[in-house]
Design a protein around this ligand. Structure first.
Ligand SMILES: Cc1cc2nc3c(=O)[nH]c(=O)nc-3n(C[C@H](O)[C@H](O)[C@H](O)COP(=O)(O)OP(=O)(O)OC[C@H]3O[C@@H](n4cnc5c(N)ncnc54)[C@H](O)[C@@H]3O)c2cc1C
Length: 276
């Protein structure tokens, strides 16, 4: 099937893009088109106007600060994979990017598009929750607001984006050189969306220890330790039955098969972290 007819605009600024979508409720932003393209062709989306944001320079920005790096929304998975831009996680982001789909998808697909689409199985959705990232959103009046990942994702394909708003950047905290990370994506074939995902981060110097169970069908579920209690939390992942209880208590749901996958994913992520 082919997409239904639509108008097309390619603005140069965030303000112009916001004005275009605020002025037409049937307009849709398009970044890499890797999720939206198939939806257009299947006519699951029939926008009156497609607003192509890939020429907006501010959305391609990289801002390095002492405590964090901000990526503009149209930074591609491939740019992260290739380490063409600053990586506040010392290579972990590149490793996650490498597992997203296939190179052709990674060349066009963007970090902002992935987060705005909010597929529960998307790699950035769980990973950036584990890293404690924040999302910058800009509205039609030019005002920018900052939302933590755990408040940005409301559920499957549902986010804190308001009508007329654009996701303009992702702020990822800088981790210390001694930080350790683990990532496990359970899928049938390399490059496919996950059936279950585990992400583990431990940075004692920054007081961060977080384990995330993702791809469960809703928002990712994070289990966090308070400062100084990280090692104790990670020890609890040695016991599969205890992990299952912990996940259920944290809000992970699913039948026995799904729960086994979730338990395996988080335990493998923690084991990888521990082995580093
Ligand atoms: C074959 C295939 C396999 C894939 N496998 C994986 C996988 O294993 N893991 C994974 O994580 N992903 C996977 N993906 C999805 C891929 O990562 C996409 O890049 C991503 O989901 C969407 O990014 P995009 O830039 O292409 O966004 P688009 O498709 O252009 O847009 C997606 C949605 O987000 C909105 N949007 C885009 N940018 C913004 C913005 N800045 N502000 C507000 N709204 C915005 C659009 O309006 C649209 O609703 C796969 C895709 C394909 C085609």
């Amino acid at each position: 099937m082919k997409a239904a007819a639509f108008d097309y605009a390619r603005p140069d600024t965030i303000a112009e893009a916001c004005a275009l979508i605020a002025g037409d409720h049937d307009a849709k932003l398009m970044a890499g088109g890797q999720s939206l393209g198939p939806m257009l062709n299947l006519r699951l989306a029939q926008p009156s106007l497609l607003v192509d944001i890939t020429r907006i320079k501010d959305l391609a920005r990289i801002e390095e600060r002492d405590d964090a790096v901000t990526f503009g929304a149209i930074v591609t998975h491939a740019a992260i994979e290739d380490r063409r831009i600053a990586d506040p996680t010392h290579g972990f982001l590149s490793r996650v990017a490498r597992g997203i789909a296939y190179r052709a998808v990674r060349t066009r697909g963007t970090i902002g598009g992935s987060l705005a689409h909010a597929d529960p199985a998307a790699d950035w959705v769980s990973t950036l929750t584990a890293l404690g990232a924040e999302i910058f959103l800009t509205g039609p009046d030019g005002a920018q607001r900052r939302v933590g990942m755990k408040d940005f994702i409301h559920g499957a394909m549902s986010t804190a984006l308001e009508p007329g708003e654009i996701l303009d950047g992702v702020r990822i905290p800088r981790f210390s050189a001694s930080a350790r990370f683990g990532f496990e994506k359970i899928c049938r074939k390399t490059g496919e969306f996950a059936e279950a995902m585990g992400v583990a981060v431990h940075d004692p110097e920054r007081g961060v220890c977080r384990v995330v169970a993702g791809a469960g069908g809703g928002r990712p579920v994070a289990i966090e330790a308070s400062r100084g209690a990280g090692a104790r939390l990670l020890d609890r992942f040695n016991d599969a039955a205890a992990v299952r209880d912990m996940l259920i208590e944290a809000g992970v749901t699913g039948d026995d098969y799904k729960m086994r996958l979730q338990v395996a994913a988080v335990r493998r992520a923690v084991a990888e972290l521990a082995a580093r």
